[in-house]
Ligand binder design. Structure first.
Ligand code: ADP
Ligand code: AMP
Ligand code: ZN
Length: 216
């Protein structure tokens, strides 16, 4: 059983690291951003609500976000634990998560804080390419696909996220500083925060995460 949060600014590498953790930690990754994008592409009511916020790089309201994640956590595949990616993003969401896990007789084991400087975040977001089919994430310089423009896993045509424009990228990092960064203190106080040097290359970051989780 492992209930983990991957915490860090947009572009820190949370999704990339969560995917790699699959190889040695058999618990599902739950990404609130992916859940919103799934709803968006299926044009659900939830997707329509979220779109206006996502387009601007703002956070979707807490009640909507918490309800969506709560529903996902209650599915059977999360019984063995979960790696949360992109959730929680506000103190209210963190409190809701504590409550949700408590109701399931569980609690968080650790919050892995992937620390990356703003300049690096911008470089990573600017070169990010995503697979529409399997969600794999590439970077045109730091983690290029083997065949230009095509996913290594399934050959689908890669795309750049609509919210990866320079303006929205900068806004998302500001929103992180204003609304999400306070979670660092929230989790440090509770003794859950583990600091990871996110400036290292993808393998270097993964090695730190693996060592930290195996020591729990
Ligand atoms: P997040 O989920 O935190 O927003 P991603 O995992 O999508 O971040 O990574 C953002 C971009 O940075 C992607 O293009 C990814 O390939 C690249 N990236 C992730 N980790 C690293 C790293 N340690 N070094 C260089 N590039 C990275
Ligand atoms: P991400 O894929 O994590 O970069 O998230 C993309 C967008 O989805 C964010 O910019 C927000 O608009 C929205 N989003 C994702 N997770 C959350 C969350 N926990 N709380 C509020 N909004 C979120
Ligand atoms: Zn793919």
């Amino acid at each position: 059983m492992a209930n983990l949060v991957l915490f860090g600014a947009p572009g820190a590498g949370k999704g990339t690291q969560a995917e790699l953790m699959n190889a040695w930690l058999p618990v599902p990754r739950v990404s609130s951003g992916d859940l919103f994008r799934y709803n968006l592409s299926n044009n659900t009511a939830l997707g329509q609500t979220a779109k206006a916020y996502m387009d601007k790089g703002e956070l979707v309201p807490d009640d909507v976000t918490v309800a969506m994640v709560a529903e996902r956590l209650q599915r059977a595949d999360c019984d063995a634990g979960v790696i949360l990616d992109g959730f929680p993003r506000t103190v209210a969401q963190a409190e809701a998560l504590d409550r949700l896990l408590g109701e399931m007789g569980r609690r968080l084991d650790a919050v892995l804080f992937i620390q990356v400087a703003r300049q690096t975040l911008l470089q990573r977001l600017a070169g990010r390419w995503t697979c529409p089919s399997c969600g794999a994430v590439y970077h045109e310089v730091f983690n290029p696909e083997r065949n230009k423009g095509l996913c290594d896993v399934d050959g689908a045509k890669l795309f750049q996220r609509e919210d990866d424009t320079p303006e929205t990228q900068a806004r998302r990092i500001d929103v992180y500083q204003e609304q999400t960064a306070p979670l660092e203190a929230y989790y440090r106080t509770r003794g859950l925060l583990i600091e990871i040097d996110g400036e290292q290359d993808i393998e270097g970051v993964q090695a730190q995460i693996k060592t930290a989780v195996q020591a729990l």
